[in-house]
Write a protein that binds this ligand. Structure first.
Ligand code: IVH
Length: 671
């Protein structure tokens, strides 16, 4: 094979493996094979420099570690921005710009303020030759090797017409999804996690070994032109320059917009603030820039910030506060969750005074103690998290957190499931905390949907022992309800009506409302669809349960354990007796559940003849055959089955016995 073809083959393989590794998280070759191919390619490229290609994977995947970063002086200093804190600041800024430029209205380019690391990247004749951090603004660190590993940064510009020297500034950041995956992996390996995507991006860029950077999900977005050889050939509008950079293959923001005046800026701020939580990356505000570059030049700078741009910050998503205590909450399934009680702090737009600590492992990982100062993060709708402890602020009397050895609500023993970090109260319905949580779940919107049946009402009823389990709800009367604190005659009547209305429900909601461990809304729907009647669901063995989509051995075990408890079945029957009902599902017999399937019955059956079994199978829509082939769906084998059974086993065709067949017939309503 000629050398160039070999080089191409290696490059293609490596590029494909990179994609599998970084984007799909699914490498198809072991690291050793990858390393071998890369080494081979390096040798060939060294030997045949005429085949050099700036886009070769050897340029992306990371080179050998550096001992230190070199320093790079910026051609033009990298400045910072002044901040506007409210609409008034923005109006003042706009007025100053109008006065200095003597214009009646000014166009501004509005851009998200990405929360990452500022970098400068230099392309020479279209080839990426240097990348540097901002540093102190005059000089930064040479991180070329690291920036080369970022997939979206072009190693060679597209198209033509770019200046000989083109320096672009922008932000390197880590998208949220990649950040979550990176932290999940760190947690699984019991390693330290990153506090936020920004720290993760900074840590990833600071690596002297760029092979580590290469494995981090970094991205880049340009936000301004730095230096260009002959920038007069570029458009005057900053927004148009950005589009030109985009055409050369440099990533630019798709969210930028050009508006007029302070009111235009304010409108953009509101629009983007509303989108903040659904973006795939963190932004900490908006940057407003005078769009005309000649006007920018005219306005110039004051100290370290330009007069032609301003940043309006969003409310912070991270704050520090103090952990005053740690309490242990008992959930519906007995899981005991440590919750940190905090000095109230305004973060992510709300006041937060509690944060979940998940489990004991999380507390160990954070090395948290009561009295510690912590960083709380609340981004989007995610529940507030403790992301780090400020060790330097730890008081001398900080208390080690001790896990309870008995349930804090009922005193029952606690246990830890094998291979799980979660501690659990074994008290079941004896435990008032579990009972409360189970009842709250039962009445919740996606379960029985009893409007107005709030936590406080449930607590009073549980306290007065009027509510021991879900079935008691349907025995409540107006007197009892009207007697409760904060519930007048009118509200009590409304609540009673809501209870009455909840009686007509669906099988899926009913199964979900039972609150079986790990049976969420979606699984409940699958179960209802599969079994169609409550009786069939209750009768299903674990073997049958795992045939349902979404149900694995663990969930099947939880379901069986729940249904094997006499008290649970009694509650179910009481609920039905009270009038809880749902429309019957269409019978599956008429749907011919076995259509397109081929069945074989062999050996001796005990409760029916082979012919009877075959007739029932046909009635369910199956084709019944006398010989086994790879097309056979299932073989029913009774005692004495011989060659057909062997053949089925050798072809990996599923085989069931008579009791299993009977169970299935029962399930399909054929008995
Ligand atoms: S323009 C002279 N545009 O914010 C103008 N900066 O507080 C310099 N940043 O160091 C910056 N997104 O790291 C600009 N669209 C954007 C930005 C942005 C994020 C960062 C940048 C800069 C810091 C200034």
């Amino acid at each position: 094979m000629d050398t160039l073809a070999e080089i191409r083959r290696l490059r293609n393989d490596l590029l494909r493996w990179n994609r599998e590794y970084y984007q799909n998280d699914q490498p198809s070759v072991p690291d050793s094979e990858y390393d071998r191919a890369l080494q081979q390619l390096r040798v060939l490229e060294d030997e045949y420099p005429e085949h050099f290609d700036p886009e070769s994977p050897t340029q992306r995947v990371g080179a050998s570690p550096l001992s230190a970063f070199k320093s790079v002086e910026h051609r033009i200093p990298m400045l910072s921005l002044d901040n506007a804190f409210d609409p008034q600041d923005l109006q003042d800024f706009d007025r100053r710009v109008m006065e200095r430029s003597k214009s009646a209205s000014v166009s501004y380019c509005c851009e998200p303020k990405l929360d990452g690391i500022a970098v400068s990247i230099l392309w020479e004749n279209g080839i990426l030759v240097q990348a540097a951090t901002r540093g102190d603004g005059r000089s930064g660190e040479d991180i070329t090797q690291n920036v080369r590993t970022i997939d979206t940064v072009p190693l060679r510009l597209l198209g033509s017409g770019y200046p000989e020297l083109l320096e672009v500034r922008g932000e390197i950041f880590m998208p949220r999804e990649g950040f979550e995956k990176l932290n999940a992996r760190a947690r699984a390996n019991d390693e330290k996690t990153f506090v936020n995507p920004r720290n993760a991006a900074a840590g990833s860029l600071r690596q002297l070994d760029s092979r580590i950077t290469a494995r981090r999900p970094l991205d880049f977005c340009a936000y301004s032109l730095g230096y260009a050889d002959d920038s007069s050939t570029l458009p005057d509008a900053h927004s148009k320059v950005m589009h030109q950079l985009g055409a050369w293959g440099i990533p630019i923001s798709t969210l930028s917009e050009v508006v007029t005046g302070a009111s235009g800026c304010e409108g953009y701020y509101e629009r983007l603030a509303a989108k903040r939580d659904v973006l795939d990356f963190d932004i900490d505000g908006i940057v407003f820039k005078v769009d005309s570059r000649s006007l920018q030049d005219q306005l110039g700078f004051v100290s370290r910030a330009p007069r032609w741009a301003i940043a309006r910050k969003f409310p912070a998503q991270e704050e520090t506060t103090v952990v005053r205590s740690v309490e242990f909450q008992v959930g519906r399934t007995g899981a005991i969750t440590p919750v940190a009680r905090l000095d109230p702090v305004f973060v992510g737009g709300v006041t937060v005074s509690n944060a979940t600590l998940h489990n004991a492992c999380e507390i160990d990982r954070l090395e948290l103690r009561v009295g510690d100062t912590v960083i709380i993060r609340r981004a989007g709708d995610v529940i507030p998290q403790v992301v780090a402890v400020a060790m330097d602020k730890r008081p001398s009397d900080a208390q080690v957190i001790v896990f309870p050895t008995a349930c804090p609500a009922c005193g029952s023993p606690v246990e830890r499931d094998a291979g799980e970090a979660v501690l659990r109260c074994v008290g079941g319905f004896v435990c008032p905390a579990q009972r409360m949580a189970a009842l709250r779940h039962f009445v919740s919107r996606k379960a029985m949907d009893i409007d107005g049946f709030g936590e406080k009402i449930i607590a009073q009823l549980v306290d007065r022992e009027l509510l021991k389990n879900a079935a008691d709800i349907y025995e409540l009367d107006l007197r009892t309800l009207a007697d409760l604190d904060r519930l007048g005659e009118k509200s009590a009547a409304n609540l009673l009506q809501a209870i009455e209305q909840s009686k007509s429900t669906t099988l899926a909601r009913f199964i979900y409302a039972l609150g079986i461990r790990e049976v969420g809304e979606a699984t409940a729907r699958q179960l209802a669809g599969y079994f169609e009647t409550l009786d069939r669901f209750i009768a299903a063995s674990e073997e049958v349960l795992i045939e349902v989509d979404d149900v694995g051995p663990v969930v099947a075990d939880h379901i069986r354990q729940f249904l094997d408890q006499e008290a649970n079945i009694e509650t179910i029957h009481r609920l039905q007796a009270a009038g809880v009902t749902w429309p019957a599902q269409q019978s599956s017999v008429s749907n011919a559940v076995l259509s397109e399937q081929i069945w074989v019955v062999t050996g001796k059956l005990e409760t029916m003849t082979r012919e009877e079994a075959e007739t029932t199978l046909r009635a369910l829509g199956a084709k019944v055959s006398s010989s086994v082939s790879s097309k056979t769906t299932c073989v029913v084998a009774g005692p004495g089955a011989g060659s057909k059974l062997k053949k089925a086993q050798s072809l990996n065709v599923s085989v069931i016995d008579e009791p299993m067949l009977l169970e299935k017939f029962n399930l399909w309503g054929a008995l």
